[in-house]
Design a binder for this molecule. Structure first.
Ligand SMILES: [Zn+2]
Length: 98
């Protein structure tokens, strides 16, 4: 019967007055945008020996990774004429995507 009285005196209610972390969110968004802008880097590119179309390689790697890895020979398909051709490491080059 004195249970409710005990609850009131013992249980100290803590009302959170912290404002929502809007400022922190905005900062995170800004950082994300910056990272996206920086990710525009040259693409690993090939030139089709048949139709001379330049197309991005199926291998997605940056210049640093490419320099360290020993790729090829690789068979890749030209998106223009559907010609599958074998490409050596020397056929690959980096081109800025337009
Ligand atoms: Zn082609």
């Amino acid at each position: 019967m004195s249970q409710s009285a005990l609850l009131v005196s013992g249980g100290r209610a803590t009302i959170s007055t912290d404002p929502p972390s809007v400022g922190l969110k905005a900062l995170t968004c800004l950082a994300d945008t910056r990272r996206m802008e920086q990710s525009v880097s040259p693409e690993l590119t090939l030139t089709c020996p048949r139709c001379r179309t330049r197309f991005p390689s199926a291998l997605k790697m940056d210049q640093e990774t490419f320099a360290r890895s020993n790729i090829g020979p690789m068979v890749e398909l030209c998106p223009c004429c559907r010609w599958a051709s074998r490409y050596e490491a020397r056929d690959y080059y980096f081109h800025m995507p337009s």
